[in-house]
Design a protein around this ligand. Structure first.
Ligand SMILES: Cc1cc2nc3c(=O)[nH]c(=O)nc-3n(C[C@H](O)[C@H](O)[C@H](O)COP(=O)(O)OP(=O)(O)OC[C@H]3O[C@@H](n4cnc5c(N)ncnc54)[C@H](O)[C@@H]3O)c2cc1C
Length: 387
């Protein structure tokens, strides 16, 4: 049984505690799913998460208005990740994929949210390119004005949900200025002519992932999110919200690893006693528990800060808090899971064992949405500027 004492922290309201209990019950009933065919599994997960109302937390209701509830996003991701990494992925991408629309979309663009929030449409976030992964301001993909339209040309890679998404938020160079100030964001429906998948990418914790080509893919000027040249700012503001939730997913993986390690240490008999009698094992458990609580504090501080600031003063940035939450939670989760593998001995690396799958699931989180080194650059910049 996972530790739920953190739910009493002052970051949460009663509705968050109710949500945590309800999503836990749902996960116990529906997860884990079979990962054999990840495309089919993700489609089924999005449909189920939409049917049962969980995707409503991934984006605001375009009719009712209101902001994203980042604490709800984080609690949902943490719980899903604790039960099944693919379920967390399916949920998370609906939020990140539609994130720029949620935060900056026009009323017409926000109509997509009705579909992403119910699971009727799958969303994707297309920023990365082969030659400019971490160096986002350097993207090469172009969007050229053609009458009342834009023509998109170029390639994107590492696109989660690439190939199964119904809608992509795509970042492309419109050339108002060099570098970061010459990028714009577009809503691109999957069916648009000239958009194709040119490679499926297999990773150690598989999910739908693709390299995509845009060849004279035509979208109306009304598909632009925000104004020309605002794409970089829109991407960074979107990541400000969703980076915290990556920390929440890492926290879910780490919490599961800690629970599994405790269970194993209590039940495994060695040297005429239990594994948990050994002080070096106790030290590992203590370090794991400390990492989990410290990560939870940083994740839910960032989520609370975003929710409260957003409510009080509008489009607030939580750059420092989000970077700290992602950096610490993902890096320490890797350590926690590694210790859980060690405590399990040979079983820890047995294919299909839960801690073996956690070991694979956690790795990419330290790379995507800004690698750990990038988070350090962000934190240092903020600290040195006195922010
Ligand atoms: C599983 C997975 C899913 C992804 N999903 C998406 C998605 O849906 N949409 C999308 O747009 N992208 C996605 N990505 C891409 C991801 O955001 C990039 O992989 C990431 O930004 C790193 O870019 P890169 O792989 O080109 O590595 P590079 O930019 O080449 O960086 C390599 C390494 O260099 C180091 N480094 C980078 N910058 C610095 C720095 N400033 N200082 C010191 N060291 C540094 C880091 O260790 C980094 O890991 C995904 C990636 C993965 C692995």
């Amino acid at each position: 049984m996972p530790d739920t004492s953190f739910l009493a922290w002052p970051f949460f309201e009663e509705r968050h505690r109710e949500l945590a209990a309800a999503i836990e019950t749902w996960c116990r009933l529906h997860l884990p799913v079979d990962h054999g065919d990840v495309d089919a599994a993700c489609r089924r997960l999005v449909a189920a998460l939409g049917r049962d109302g969980w995707l409503a937390h991934s984006a605001p209701d375009p009719e009712a208005g209101g902001a994203l509830d980042v604490r709800a996003l984080c609690l949902t991701r943490e719980t899903l990740a604790r039960h099944d990494g693919l379920a967390d992925f399916a949920f998370a991408m609906q939020g990140l994929g539609a994130g720029a629309i949620s935060l900056f979309g026009t009323p017409a663009q926000r109509q997509w949210l009705k579909r992403t929030r119910t699971g009727a449409a799958i969303a994707a976030f297309a920023l990365s390119e082969a030659k400019s992964g971490s160096d986002v301001a350097n993207i090469a993909m172009r969007a050229a004005r053609d009458g009342g339209d834009y023509l998109l040309n170029g390639e994107k890679t590492w696109i989660s949900n690439g190939g199964i998404a119904d809608v992509y938020v795509v970042f492309a160079r419109t050339g108002e200025a060099p570098g970061a100030k010459g990028i714009s964001a577009f809503v691109v429906p999957a069916g648009v002519e000239g958009l194709s998948v040119i490679e499926r990418i297999e990773v150690i914790a598989p999910h739908p992932l693709a390299r995509m080509r845009f060849e004279d893919a035509r979208v109306p000027a009304a598909a632009m999110i925000g104004k020309p040249g605002e794409g970089f700012r829109i991407a960074m503001a979107t990541l400000d919200v969703f980076r915290t939730t990556v920390g929440a997913a890492a926290l879910g993986f780490a919490r599961r690893a800690l629970d599994e390690a405790i269970g194993r240490a209590r039940s495994r008999r060695l040297f005429e006693g239990k594994l948990s009698d050994l002080q070096m094992v106790q030290a590992s458990i203590a370090e794991m528990a400390l990492d989990v609580d410290a990560a939870a504090l940083l994740v839910y501080r960032a989520a609370w800060t975003k929710d409260i600031w957003a409510k009080d003063i509008g489009a607030a940035r939580v750059t420092r808090e989000a970077a700290m939450a992602k950096l610490f939670a993902t890096e320490r989760a890797q350590h926690v899971i590694d210790k859980a593998v060690q405590i399990h001995g040979g079983d820890g690396v047995r294919r299909g064992h839960i801690v073996e799958s956690l070991y694979r699931e956690i790795r990419a989180l330290r790379i995507y949405e800004g690698a750990s080194e990038v988070q350090k650059v962000v934190i240092a910049r903020q600290a040195l500027s006195g922010a």
